[in-house]
Design a protein around this ligand. Structure first.
Ligand code: GDP
Ligand code: MG
Length: 606
């Protein structure tokens, strides 16, 4: 016959002894089939069954795989079975049962593995601390870490064998953009502060909070051999940053404080929630296989194959596992369409390529413009120790840099890296007085916000009107131009828009910035409107909306005695509510096509 499914009523035939369904097109069996309790023979040969329900085990018949007719048992011969794996099915009912059991709670094991991330300014002593912790050694001429240095350390604490993956980041400022993607939530953080310098503890604590959420943080003041008097305002920081577990003072040079700090690290890890994750045995098997592989990267098909060889058949589980492995740092895998096919087994393989490109002289000479042709030269293997980058992976590296919002495509064959743009603002004319002016005030303005914004808005950039911290934009639909600039000293981003439909263009710009701001876990970005006659005085955008809603028509901003017309102030900006934009019908299509064209090019999720 051509049956693709069974009628549900069939399960009412509780006295049925034999059911011959061979040579049909069945793709699945109803769970309720177990109600056919009298069955002694179920012939399912030559169907299209891929997934067998676990309930099949409840039928009191053996599971068989034989090309001939059998009087007894469930015969599954000639089906494209995937789950449980065919090999398992061929071994019979016992093996099938074991397979299903292995997916259940009883067979799980504790992972006991954790990622520990060292952060802090370059030269603070991160690498030195890592060396002290793991080998108790010190090198007074420690070389600058390039990119990311990953080291494994195994310790025994309270009967637990804990495997620690230390991630030690190089300090170059330009790299913070790439680092943020490795600052994961399931991690312990160690912040290293240089005890000889003015501390930047808050900058880093903010950074950790932004990307790591409430992950635990150990704050270490290093180099106390040189400046014993240096101290942080512990109580103040502790109250402000809830993730802080404690403060420790060490000298990597003399070794002072190291032993007790090492104990703290072990103790904190042993009691950390991070270790409570449990995995099915098959997951461990896949992980072990991947860790032993020599390759720097594999493609998706190969990963799937390995999973299947280790009896991890369910695609949903394969996906979950890869996410875990990504958090642990065993594999780097990004979900984006252009990136998902490459599974990086050696995180340094990927980051080093990005670092090589970013730091290349060629790129600096070209003021941030990179032609794909030069990739061959930049990524060339110079010594045997260097990673090998086959040509077909160049696209991946470029996509990765786009993902990090480090660059955007100028044309089909080249990209631009805004971080390497000239620092000084070019000369151009813009009527700031008549413009719609607005600014965003940050409690912490990550260096990456402006380059990411430039990357997002790259379709609108007025030729040559961009520099490292600002950009001039133009939109032909709206007949408007805008200047957007970051002031890192004041932690502000200024937006000025001029033109026919400046309010609408403003809406597009602010929504793009909000998208970036929302990507940080914790960041305060307050949107403000400067007073037209006195830019030193400003009103909170939210307050204006609030008072307008209460029926007020005028508002006296803090620090002023003047009354301002609320609708006039708000009339300058057409954004309503924190996350919505109201846009006139006529321009909606224009905006939509703009947002979507961005989406296509950038793989943007908004
Ligand atoms: P990183 O950039 O944060 O990884 O810092 P490094 O570990 O490379 O250390 C930077 C420099 O500081 C190196 O020259 C180290 O030898 C030196 N250093 C590290 N720890 C100490 C310390 O406790 N005391 C002193 N005097 N120097 C240290
Ligand atoms: Mg270092």
């Amino acid at each position: 016959n051509q049956l693709t499914s069974l009628p549900p009523e069939i399960v009412q035939l509780t006295s049925l002894k034999g059911l011959y369904l061979g040579t049909n097109e069945l793709t699945s069996l109803p769970r309720e089939i177990v109600k056919l309790t009298s069955l002694e023979m179920l012939d399912l040969r030559n169907n299209q069954l891929k997934i067998l329900p676990e309930s099949l085990l409840e039928l009191k018949m053996e599971i068989l795989y034989s090309d001939g007719y059998l009087r007894e048992g469930i015969n599954l011969y000639d089906n494209p079975i995937e789950s449980p794996p065919l090999e398992v099915v061929k071994k019979g009912k016992g093996a099938v049962k074991a397979y299903f059991d292995s997916l259940k709670d009883g067979e799980k094991e504790a992972l006991n593995e954790v990622k520990v991330i060292l952060v802090g300014d370059g030269y603070a002593g991160k690498t030195s601390l890592l060396k002290r912790l793991t080998e108790n050694k010190f090198d007074k001429d420690e070389a600058q870490t390039q990119g990311i240095n990953i080291e494994d350390w195994e310790v025994k604490e309270k009967d637990k064998d804990i495997k620690i993956h230390f991630w030690d980041f190089g300090g170059q400022e330009i790299m913070h953009a790439t680092h943020q993607f490795f600052l994961s939530k399931r991690s312990l953080y160690i912040l290293v502060i240089d005890g000889r310098k003015d501390d930047k503890a808050e900058y880093w604590l903010k950074h950790i909070e932004s990307f790591g959420g409430d992950s635990p943080v150990l704050v270490v003041v290093n180099k106390i051999d040189e400046n014993a008097g240096f101290d942080l305002n512990n109580l103040f920081l502790q109250n402000k940053y809830k993730g802080i577990i404690g403060f420790y003072r060490v000298s990597c040079k003399t070794g002072k404080g190291i032993n007790s700090f090492r104990k703290v690290v072990k103790r904190e890890l042993a009691k950390s929630k991070l270790l409570e994750t449990t995995w099915a045995k098959t997951w461990f098997n896949v992980k072990n296989r991947l860790e032993k592989m020599e390759e720097s990267f594999i493609n998706f098909e190969r990963y799937k194959e390995i999973c299947e060889e280790e009896l991890l058949i369910d695609p949903a589980q394969q996906d979950t596992l890869i996410e875990f492995l990504n958090d642990l740092g065993v594999v780097v895998n990004f979900k984006d369409f252009n990136l998902e096919d490459t599974h990086v087994l050696e995180p340094n393989w990927a980051t080093n390529a990005v670092y090589k490109v970013i730091n290349s002289e060629l790129l600096a000479e070209n003021k941030g413009a990179l032609h794909f042709k030069s990739m061959t030269k930049i990524l060339e293997q110079q010594t045997e120790k260097d990673f090998y980058y086959p040509r077909e992976q160049y696209r991946y590296i470029i996509e990765l840099m786009k993902k990090f919002e480090l660059c955007f495509g100028i044309n089909d064959n080249s990209v631009l890296v805004p971080d390497l743009l000239p620092v000084s603002e070019p000369k151009f004319k813009f009527d700031y007085e008549g413009a719609l002016n607005f600014f965003i005030e940050y409690d912490f303005l990550p260096k990456t916000v402006m380059p990411r914004f430039i990357v997002k808005m790259h379709n609108d950039i007025v030729k040559n009107r961009l520099w490292r911290t600002g950009v001039v934009l133009e939109d032909k639909h709206f007949n408007s131009t805008a200047v957007v600039k970051a002031d890192h000293e004041a932690k502000k981003i200024h937006i000025s828009v001029n033109g026919m439909q400046r309010q609408d263009y403003f809406a597009v710009i602010i929504s793009s910035l909000r998208g970036i701001n929302n990507s940080f876990e914790k960041i305060d970005a307050i949107e403000k409107v400067p007073m037209p006659d006195n830019p030193n005085i400003s009103a909170n955008y939210e307050d204006l909306i609030y008072w307008e809603g209460k029926g007020e028509t005028t508002y006296i901003p803090p620090g002023s005695k003047e009354k301002y017309d609320i609708s006039e102030l708000l009339g300058r900006v057409s954004v309503k509510g924190k996350n919505e934009i109201f846009i006139l019908d006529g321009v909606r299509t224009a905006i939509r096509s703009k947002l979507f064209s961005h989406k296509d090019k950038m793989g943007d999720e908004e």
